[in-house]
Design a protein around this ligand. Sequence first.
Ligand code: NCD
Length: 319
Amino acid sequence: MIMRAETLQPESLQLDAQGRLCHLLTLDGLPVDVMQALLERAQALADGASPHVNNNSFLASFYFEPSTRTRISFEVAANRLGWKSLLLTPSDSSFRKGESLTDTITTLAALGIDAVCIRHSDPSVATSAAKAARDSMAIINGGGGAADHPTQGLLDALTIRQLKPDWSKLRIAIIGDVRHSRVAKSDIKAFTALGAHQIRLAGPEYLLPDKAPENCELVSNLRSAIAGADVVIALRIQTERLQDSAALDVAAYRRDWCLTEHNLEVAKPECIVMHPGPMNRSVEIDDAVADGTRSRILAQVTNGVYLRMAVLEALTSHH
Ligand code: NCD
């Protein structure tokens, strides 16, 4: 049973009275200097800076939805910092015996866990966990429903800034299931806060938000969205969040929205291509693009480790 806290304000929970990061729940309202500091630290780690090793820290991973990249990269990040990482499987934990989220979280804190990464289809769960943990343990949102995936937003920003550091010049196109994608939501928040010149969101109407978020433009055609773009991000259709995924016409989607070398001809010549993974090849992205010279998809994965190291360091630096 999940206990819902009465008022949920993730933005106000994640910074302490001194403005230091104590949970990472959303990029909404996260001060841009906090984002920049995480990106700079992650880049320094990528460039070979020594991590702040702490052999007494523990990370617990609590995933109610599948994950490969996020979970493993948090574990690799924790291990590189000297931490121990533990996996708590919802189906094998006391959660199944009816223990509330609050009791599970306070138990983990009493066991001496320093940080818990939670992924859940309900975006309020990580926030409820942070309310239960207070300042005894850091909560990281490892993906909440269709709403937030803060570390993915930041690692995508890191990947972009490595090759294109001047945000004020960037045209970024995000293609596909923007409506149900937490990655798109967090990417938009990060890129907007960092000052991206323009963000275009493109996909079939039923996969686009009803209203364009601030700083974004809704585009109904793939080539117009890609034209002149510096960065193109393809998304997986979130079939698990569609009301009727059986009605999805994959052939039509591929015809209209798949990123191909041919379509990318209209982008800037030095345009990069990203995808948060997992990819459905030949649906939203062709092999030639995914494995081609513009692709930064594996760089995103590698950057995820450095970014998550920076997050774990920041969350526990003041303990
Ligand atoms: C994404 C997720 O789970 O939101 N994966 C990830 O964390 N890299 C994207 C997806 O599942 O499509």
